[in-house]
Design a protein around this ligand. Structure first.
Ligand code: MTE
Length: 297
């Protein structure tokens, strides 16, 4: 099946793999440098997100909240075999083996080059399949309006589950039209390799016009519902994190501006650039027509 959308990014846009793998160190380096130089310009550039803000964000809390915890501990997660329970308002509910799903998904080494943005930005080449294809496979009932996702919960393999930093299991949700949008990806790999455990192996969500925390990792359950499902960050801090989580430079996070981003891979002095509405994926704008995106952040 051909891609249903036009990939405007080329291989030369892709963030080098080494930069992706070492982004935390690179960001730490930039922050340390900013602090060391102490100039007003640098302080200003680095202010919106401290390194702590950034790394506490981009994480896999089931393995701990420390910046290196996921890379250190996620190796213990058994990702094979993997079963996804698909239930709720679907024609064919059941426990689906990931390999069985993949065998029906006609993944012909598709590469999705997506921009992603947090306080920094990167272009990551993901492998995977469109969530819409999976939804078609199980058949969505007409009453369904939303899709809920749940991460695996294995206390014996996930040391972070001992701490009530979030209400476990990690959950996320999309409106059905968002879930069906061809840009919404179930990722199984990046840079042409299987997903590293710390990035959500063996199956994670990628919604390139939404902030990174929407990308729920190691998914074991997908439920079709007729109401808006709860999401982990919204439950943890509703004032700061809404259901939609669209990249929106006009809506500041209560504690920092979201107007600019620093592209990684362009050297330590790469300049911040304006963040685009929907992370530049204008084709999704029609999904939100008529909605107040300040109220629905
Ligand atoms: N999924 C689970 N299950 N647990 C988490 O803690 N963290 C989220 C998201 N998905 C998280 C998760 C956050 S805060 C971010 S920013 C992204 O994963 C980071 O994904 P990456 O490390 O692959 O960039």
């Amino acid at each position: 099946m051909a891609l249903r959308w036009k990939n405007d990014l080329t291989p030369s846009d892709v963030t080098p793999e080494a930069v992706f793998l070492n982004r935390r160190q690179i960001l730490a380096g930039m922050t340390a440098m900013g602090a060391g130089l102490g100039t007003a310009a640098h302080a200003q550039e680095l202010e919106p997100n401290s390194f702590e803000d950034i790394t506490n964000y981009c994480n896999y809390y089931e393995f701990g909240t420390g910046k290196e915890d996921p890379a250190r501990y996620a190796g213990s997660l058994t990702t094979e075999p993997w079963t996804v329970q698909i239930d709720g308002l679907v024609e064919k509910p059941g426990d689906y083996g990931l390999n069985d799903i993949l065998s029906q998904m006609t993944i012909e080494e598709r590469i999705y080059r997506f921009r992603c943005v947090e306080a920094w930005s990167m272009v990551v080449p993901w492998n995977g399949f469109e969530l819409a294809d999976l939804l078609d496979m199980v058949g969505v009932k007409p009453e369904a309006t939303h899709v809920a996702f749940e991460t695996v919960m294995r206390p014996e393999e996930m040391p972070g589950l001992r701490y009530p930093v979030l209400d476990w299991p990690y959950v996320e949700g999309l409106r059905l039209d968002e879930a069906r949008h061809p840009l919404t990806l179930m990722a199984t790999g990046l840079y042409g390799k299987p997903l590293p455990n710390q990035n959500g192996a063996p199956l994670r969500l990628v919604v390139p016009w939404k902030y990174g925390f929407k990308s729920i990792k190691s998914i074991v359950r997908i439920t079709l519902t007729d109401s808006e499902p709860p999401t982990s960050w919204n439950k943890a801090n509703p004032r700061e994190y809404g259901f939609y989580s669209n990249v929106n430079p006009e809506v500041d996070h209560p504690r920092w501006s979201q107007a600019t981003e620093r592209p990684l891979g362009g050297g330590l002095f790469s300049r911040r650039k304006p963040t685009l509405m929907f992370n530049g994926y204008e084709e999704v704008a029609s999904l939100y027509e008529g909605m107040d995106l300040r109220a629905n952040f």
